[in-house]
Write a protein that binds this ligand. Sequence first.
Ligand code: HEM
Length: 357
Amino acid sequence: MAFKTLATLLSIVATLQVSNAAVIKRVTCSTGQVTANAACCALFPIIDDIQTNLFDGGECGEEVHESLRLTFHDAIGIGSNGGGGADGSMIIFEDIETNFHANLGVDEIVDAQKPFIAKHNITPGDFIQLAGAIGVSNCPGAPQLNVFIGRAPATAPAPDLTVPEPFDSVDSILARFADAGNFSPQEVVALLASHTVAAADHVDPTIPGTPFDSTPEIFDTQFFIETQLRGTSFPGTAGNQGEVMSPLKGEIRLQSDSELARDSRTACEWQSFVNNQAKIQSAFKAAFAKMTILGHQASDLIDCSDVVPVPKANTKAATFPAGLSNADVEQACATTPFPTLGTDPGPVTSVAPVPPS
Ligand code: HEM
């Protein structure tokens, strides 16, 4: 008995030593911050610079949204037709890739990010993914995304047609994600959580900055609720390619989001995010971790995830926008009813555009 206790004690001591070793391995950078790897120290001055000068002092605004979109458009450039994944090719081969139809508008954030890359010692591939993760940390409710560094500069542009279009079918979207990185339909849905902090400038060019949900500055689950509501009107003009009717004035709905919310392969997964803040955080974090290293092995990169600030929490429960209720849901998941939610009080209002900065 005594021997057993001693053995247990010894194993506890051993465990403590192991965790101590992990702690001791952490380094204090010359800037005073602590991180797991000395190579990550170089990121802190870059983070300070982009928070102040790219993200307007730590906002979850237009540049954050655009930087998150850019992480995807750079990373997804890989698959059976070639491409290096998250390799900075969108910036290095800007003249080619930003002209692809699906990249319409990406040139703006490419131009905004280039001076920071020129100023700091970081590759475009690393910078794009770092900026996305840091930007998202400004959005209340977001997960703390992973950051890896060590991507070599792209040596060739990605081919055209790697980025899905909002008018693509669910078949083609799922096939594209599977080809790019073996993403499952569930992981595709998780990645689309990104559209909770998003707006469109070019789907209907007459109404730039029109958001996909009523809270484009919060990483909440409203996007998954509002895409499931019956569409009743177009926020701007009708007849735009890749757009379908939305349930709210001032909100735009992509045809692809609408179809993914209603397809039998993805509808239940889509609905499972409704009012589930823990799930949107963990599922998006995991899917982003896979996307952010497309074209690389995690073991070839340095994990600098601890440089990312912990985002503020979102404590507000999900609701139906004023005037809408469970009666407006287009139920698509065949096995589980849509959750019962409260409705925002007050008169029906219009969703405000995301201001340009
Ligand atoms: C089926 C896949 C997807 C399609 C068809 C799609 C399509 C689009 C379209 C058409 C826009 C509007 C662009 C504009 O007019 O300005 C947009 C915006 C955006 N997308 Fe996606 N997207 C997809 C997946 C993703 C993924 C996986 C991410 C990130 C992980 C992402 C992040 C964003 C963000 C953050 C914006 C907002 C940009 C801004 O507000 O400036 N999207 N997306």
